[in-house]
Write a protein of this length. Structure first.
Length: 454
């Protein structure tokens, strides 16, 4: 079995070319057979006239010697008929030739006519003939020219075969060269793929031609870039998780050690225990969010759509978060017309809880949060707007990434882990919706959630 693509391409091309040449040969023979015979018959007539012209110019008219010598210099057989019906045959190189011209044809030529064999229908190359009249020493003769035995192998078919063979040889050489250039990008891709498999995600293929291989090279480079980004995300994820876990574990370890001090008073002991409890809760929330996000991103996460009253779902989320927003004396404004969607209640409840918690977290005391729903023909748009600290424009495209925090030090003090908005976006995507954000630093932030009604 041939394993080399280069060799396969070469052999395939040569096979195709060879088959094409064979078919072309037989087609050409059939299409141009008549034309080739006409050309040869004209050449025979021209040669015959020259032969007779030279014979007339001879001082001594030795007919036998003349045609015998001339036959060796031509590719034609000469048949000479005299008035009394005698026939003399002059074959090149003293070859053998057995063929008789019909009597009426001979008589026609003897009486001054010119004869050309018919080219209609099926014509035997060996019977192609031209007849010319001439006189010698006052006697009439008929000269007939026919192809010499074996001449057919050296004429039309042979020349065509020679030309086709040259084309095959030159074509095969060009195919060998072209195939090497054709296979070279594949060799580069093979080497690049091996490097990619070993973890070298910086590998790229330089191939600028706009053909199928160029498209394949672009696809490979795109894949390598995506894998590089995935690897970077993986490293960032591990780093972020390690950091998010390490920070509370360090606090727990430090304050646990402090609790072992005998002279520690009751107030400090209770404060240290509360810190340990809060840090434990922080690790627990991180674990829950990681599991929830992993579950949402898996193909096996349960999605159970049912009739869901959107306005009631948002109101329940606001009531559940009352301890948070009432503690900061925030003003909550609701404008929620009754609307029912086909959605997963538990998942959308998580969306409103996360968005509302985010708004409460970053809105200073005395501020306000507005939740409104706007109905369209096939969709409903939910707006969550606050008067909080806002987000800089350059930060907006990143806020839905895992573990991304606009202000890491502030998020840590507020207990955030940077997974809430990533969970929100995934749930909205599962429901076939979209979420966008608009914010002005110092003026507040607005999240727009668009969900289909069906």
């Amino acid at each position: 079995m041939i394993k080399s693509l280069y060799l396969r391409i070469v052999l395939t091309f040569i096979g195709v070319v060879l088959l094409s040449l064979i078919v072309s040969f037989f087609i050409s023979v059939q299409l141009f057979k008549t034309q080739a015979l006409e050309i040869m018959q004209s050449d025979m007539g021209r040669v015959g006239q020259q032969v007779l012209r030279l014979y007339d110019n001879q001082r001594e008219h030795n007919l036998d010697a003349y045609f015998h010598n001339l036959a060796d210099l031509n590719y034609y057989t000469f048949l000479v008929y005299s008035e009394n019906g005698a026939k003399k045959t002059f074959v090149p190189n003293n070859g053998k030739f057995s063929f008789d011209i019909e009597t009426d044809v001979v008589q026609k030529v003897l009486h001054g006519g010119v004869y050309r064999s018919s080219l209609e229908g099926s014509v035997n190359f060996r019977h192609l003939a031209v007849g010319l009249p001439f006189q010698s020493e006052g006697k009439r003769y008929a000269l007939f020219l026919l192809p010499a035995p074996g001449q057919e192998e050296m004429t039309g078919h042979s020349y065509l075969l020679i030309v086709l063979s040259i084309i095959l040889a030159v074509g095969s050489l060009l195919i060998l060269i072209a195939s090497r250039f054709l296979v070279r990008p594949l060799v580069q891709m093979t080497a690049a793929t091996k490097r990619l498999a070993k973890g070298d995600f910086d590998v790229r293929i330089s191939y600028k031609r706009r053909d199928e291989l160029g498209t394949l090279a672009d696809s490979f480079n795109h894949m390598a870039a995506e894998l590089q980004q995935i690897e970077q995300n993986r490293q960032d994820f591990v780093s972020n998780v390690s950091h998010e876990i390490q920070s509370p574990l360090t606090s727990i370890k430090g304050f646990s050690k402090a609790l072992q001090e005998d002279e520690l008073n009751r107030a400090d002991r209770l404060r240290y225990l509360q810190i340990i409890h809060d840090e434990s809760e922080r690790i627990s929330r991180l674990s829950e969010n990681l599991l929830r996000l992993a579950s949402l991103e898996s193909e096996h996460h349960p999605y159970r759509p049912q009739a869901y009253a959107l306005d009631e779902g948002i109101r329940q989320a606001v009531i559940a978060a009352e301890p948070l927003w009432s503690a900061k004396d925030l003003d909550i404004e609701l404008d929620l017309p009754a609307v029912t969607l086909a959605a997963d209640p538990d998942q959308l409840s998580q969306v409103w809880t996360n968005l509302l918690a985010n708004a409460v977290k970053y809105t200073p005391p005395g501020g306000s949060i507005s939740l409104t729903a706007t109905l369209q023909a096939d969709t409903v748009t939910v707006s969550v707007q606050d008067t909080g600290i806002g987000i800089a424009q350059e930060e907006l495209p990143k806020i839905f990434e895992r573990f991304y925090k606009v202000d890491k030090s502030r998020d840590r003090s507020l207990g955030g882990n940077g997974l809430g908005l990533a969970i929100v976006k995934k749930i909205i995507s599962i429901h076939g919706g979209t979420i966008t954000v608009d914010s002005t630093p110092g003026s507040g932030t607005t999240f727009l959630v668009i969900l289909p009604k069906g």
